[in-house]
Design a protein around this ligand. Structure first.
Ligand SMILES: Nc1ncnc2c1ncn2[C@@H]1O[C@H](COP(=O)(O)OP(=O)(O)OP(=O)(O)O)[C@@H](O)[C@H]1O
Ligand SMILES: [Mg+2]
Length: 276
């Protein structure tokens, strides 16, 4: 039996009244969110995965870039780390949708550059890079050029690269898009495993893939647009709902995707998507 006992500790990431306008168009309006440190009572080393779910074109990438400190919001602010510092570029690792890698460096070299940038010695970087390649089934591709990798392999290298940079916060833009079912499942396993590597690991991912988002997340936020009393759509997307997957016992254990509550939530969210 999975124990769902946990303590809710300090805030790790907060967005306060975040608004974003691009070319005079309101993309995000008054987005408030808070991720707090969840410490399980019976399991050590459990990080956290937060999924932000919303239909295409709504502003998910815009929000992720603001949370990662890569773009500035038009209004509001983002605070990060246990000390709640205003976010700056480099405070979170970001895995972009296109999984950019150094194309002129082999896979191993991509990882070594990342590990060295985090201050590891040459020997320590080598050991850690090889250990991660082994753990995530990429050892036979260590000498490959990025152009020789499949989409799924490339994604895994991009995630490992960010891990080796020593980031506690990992933000991922559409980590399941463009992947076949097998690679989607592998990406879910990788995200779950990365979240379990360290208690402080906090993964924020934005996606429109409903089943995968439920499968990997501990908390799900739904992005959408609100309507006025008169029925008109208000400009700008907000977080319009929170789904606590721990409370629903849809987190922290393998095989949840084969349970009736999982299927019920997929259908519930599909129905909500249709109204957004
Ligand atoms: N720099 C920009 N200048 C002007 N408009 C922008 C800019 N960036 C984003 N937008 C607009 O903001 C809206 C939200 O874009 P965003 O990329 O954040 O959506 P998304 O939810 O990530 O979409 P997708 O699911 O397709 O990735 C879109 O209408 C887009 O055209
Ligand atoms: Mg996007």
């Amino acid at each position: 039996m999975t124990s769902y006992a946990y303590d809710l500790r300090e805030p790790l990431l907060r967005a306060e009244h975040v608004g974003a306008e691009r070319d005079g168009v309101v993309i995000l309006r008054d987005v408030d969110l808070e991720i707090r440190n969840i410490v399980r009572r019976d399991v050590a080393g459990q990080g956290q995965v937060v999924g932000i779910l919303g239909p295409s074109g709504l502003g998910k990438t815009t929000l992720l870039r603001i949370l990662a400190g890569l773009d500035r919001p038009t209004h509001g602010r983002v605070l990060i780390t246990e000390q709640q510092h205003p976010v700056r570029p480099g405070m979170a690792g970001v895995v972009f949708q296109s999984y950019p890698l150094f194309e002129h460096r082999r896979v191993l070299d991509n990882l070594l550059v990342a590990a060295r940038s985090a201050g590891l010695s040459r020997a320590a970087a080598n050991t850690r890079a090889h250990a991660l390649l082994e753990r995530f089934g990429l050892t036979s591709h260590a000498a490959a050029w990025p152009a020789q990798l499949s989409g799924g392999q490339r994604q895994r290298v991009a995630i490992l690269q960010q891990l080796l940079c020593g980031h506690t916060y990992l933000m991922m833009d559409e980590p399941f898009s463009g992947l076949d079912p097998g690679n989607k499942a592998r990406a879910c396993d990788l995200i779950t495993e990365v979240a379990r590597m360290d208690e402080r690991t906090t993964i924020v991912l934005v996606t429109h893939d409903i089943p995968e988002a439920i499968k990997v997340s501990d908390t799900l936020w739904l992005m959408g647009r609100e309507h006025s009393a008169a029925g008109t759509t208000l400009p700008g997307a907000r977080i319009i709902d929170t789904y606590d997957l721990i409370a629903r016992e849809l987190a922290w254990r393998p095989g949840i995707e084969r349970t009736p509550p999982f299927t019920a939530l997929v259908h519930e969210l599909e129905d909500r998507f249709a109204t957004l």
